[in-house]
Design a protein. Structure first.
Length: 119
């Protein structure tokens, strides 16, 4: 059974930092591309960041470039999202996702963790 479990969310002030974690089980973690997505109230879910299976390629949505960083620890089957200089518009439920094939949609998803940034 595949499980992706996010943690690390919370309520912070603008300018603060948070580190989200996503612990995976039931997948061959080192073979998976991993991503972070978020969904704000009343909005569509959007891509935030991704890291490929080997860890040598990352991508980010423009709005978080220079502030967020995605990295992975294959020994711990965990992917992280370091979020610095948080803004109120970063408020959302954050989800991690995994896939084996970079040409396909992400097919494994976590349950989400809430991040709330107040001004």
């Amino acid at each position: 059974q595949v499980q992706l479990v996010e943690s690390g969310g919370g309520s912070v002030q603008a300018g603060d930092s948070l580190r989200l974690s996503c612990a995976a089980s039931g997948i061959i973690f080192r073979q998976c591309d991993l991503g972070w997505f978020r969904q704000a109230p009343g909005k569509e879910r959007e891509f935030v960041a991704a890291i490929n299976w080997s860890g040598d390629s990352t991508s980010y949505v423009d709005s978080v470039k220079g502030r967020f960083s995605i990295f992975r620890d294959n020994a711990k089957n965990t992917v992280y999202l370091q979020m610095n200089s948080l803004k109120p518009e970063d408020t959302a439920v954050y989800y991690c996702a995994a896939r084996y094939n970079s040409r396909r949609d992400y097919n494994y998803w976590g349950q989400g963790t809430q991040v709330t940034v107040s001004s």
